[in-house]
Design a protein around this ligand. Structure first.
Ligand SMILES: *[C@@H]1O[C@H](CO)[C@@H](O)[C@H](O)[C@H]1NC(C)=O
Ligand SMILES: *[C@@H]1O[C@H](CO)[C@@H](O)[C@H](O)[C@H]1NC(C)=O
Ligand SMILES: *[C@@H]1O[C@H](CO)[C@@H](O)[C@H](O)[C@H]1NC(C)=O
Ligand SMILES: [Cu+2]
Length: 344
């Protein structure tokens, strides 16, 4: 007689649906689905919530004083103010995991209760231009057009006031798709990252591999490293980045729930490792300018919790008051209680 229970379990396993129960600390698990696996109605809900954050007035006086007009601007400004401690550093992956959590909180203010979607970029590598994610109705709008490379679709006509770089100039949501670089987000490069033996090499392979090339291929918000989260598509790309880290961690739990290292701030001599030159040279070459004294005044100490230049589990991550601070330890496990989600 056929064992139905086993058959069902096998079916679920083959279809990739997890039957794992959340850990006790993780009570309300959300599911992060790939964009094209979502129901159209759920895609609409997510888009509507992002539009809502993008048009809700800013709340935090110190961020308003620096030019944030909307809640979305506050999110982008967080990434701007901390740019030199969250890129080219060991904190890159934990901070961006926390950053997605901050976005989830802001979407929640706009009534969104679902999981954050993500983009399986290898499915579109070499052909981003035809990705269903760029649909003008059930997606994020397509390649930018006109002098400002403004997007069509649900984010057309919306204004972001933070960036580019350390300047704050109101702009449309803009991007420029480049399928010469998008192949470098394919499965070969994802596998190369996932095959790394430890965090020290894994974060670099993710950062300099599919993460970097996805950014180059999308050139979101003037292709600017410091304020690219102005484009809602950023969060789909970074869902993919976060999933790569989790997939790598999941290959050797629990060892990789505590594997953490790397610098916690850029060295002025090296700057962004993906560019050539010192931090000061890059600021000029890329047209970023530099943080104003007012920005520096609210920039957290990148060594908070670490007590030195190396990223540890005690490292404190700040959202400048949007949500409470968290430590790297808090975000190591996506089902550890502070976070509670799964990727499917
Ligand atoms: C953006 O503005 C144009 C011109 O006013 C209008 O035709 C279009 O429907 C608007 N798009 C959205 C998504 O609001
Ligand atoms: C990924 O892209 C590289 C460079 O274009 C290519 O050599 C490789 O075969 C591609 N891998 C897959 C799985 O398509
Ligand atoms: C990096 O900068 C140096 C000095 O300006 C220059 O000689 C070199 O060609 C640059 N390398 C790249 C890859 O751009
Ligand atoms: Cu970033």
């Amino acid at each position: 007689m056929v064992n139905l229970v086993k058959l069902v379990a096998l079916g679920l396993a083959l279809s990739g649906i997890s039957t794992a129960k959340p850990k006790p600390a993780c009570k309300k698990m959300t599911t992060r689905q790939e964009w094209r696996d979502m129901k159209k109605a759920d895609q609409k809900k997510y888009i509507k919530a992002q539009q809502c954050v993008m048009t809700s007035p800013a709340k935090l006086p110190k961020l308003k004083a620096l030019g944030a007009k909307t809640r979305w601007d506050e999110l982008v400004m967080l990434h701007q103010v901390e740019a030199l401690q969250i890129h080219s550093t060991g904190t890159f992956l934990p901070f961006h995991r926390y950053f997605l959590h901050v976005q989830q909180f802001l979407l929640g203010e706009c009534g969104y209760k679902g999981g954050l979607p993500w983009w399986n970029e290898p499915l579109d590598a070499g052909n981003f231009i035809n990705s269903p994610l760029l649909d003008p109705v059930y997606g994020f709008g397509g390649d930018g057009t006109g002098p400002g490379l403004c997007v069509d679709g649900p984010y057309a006509n919306l204004t972001v006031s933070i960036g580019p770089g350390f300047h704050n100039q109101p702009r449309c949501v803009n991007r420029h798709i480049n399928d010469f670089f998008s192949p470098f987000t394919n499965q070969t490069f994802v596998d190369d990252a996932l095959n790394q033996p430890d965090y020290a090499t894994a974060w670099l392979a993710i950062y300099m591999g599919p993460h970097l090339f996805g950014h180059i291929a999308l050139a979101m918000m003037d292709g600017n490293s410091i304020t690219s989260p102005g484009d809602p598509l950023f969060f789909m790309h970074h869902g993919f980045v976060d999933k790569m880290w989790w997939d790598w961690q999941a290959r050797n739990l629990p060892a990789r729930l505590s594997d953490m290292n790397g610098p916690n701030a850029q060295s002025p001599e090296i700057g962004f490792i993906e560019f050539n030159g010192t931090m000061a040279e890059e600021a000029v070459e890329q047209g970023w300018g530099s943080p104003s004294p007012a920005m520096l005044a609210i920039t957290p100490n990148p060594q908070a919790g670490d007590g030195g230049p190396e990223t540890t589990l005690n490292h404190v991550m700040s959202s400048l008051g949007i949500i409470p601070d968290a430590t790297v330890r808090d975000v190591m496990d996506i089902q550890g209680g502070y976070l509670c989600y799964q990727y499917v």
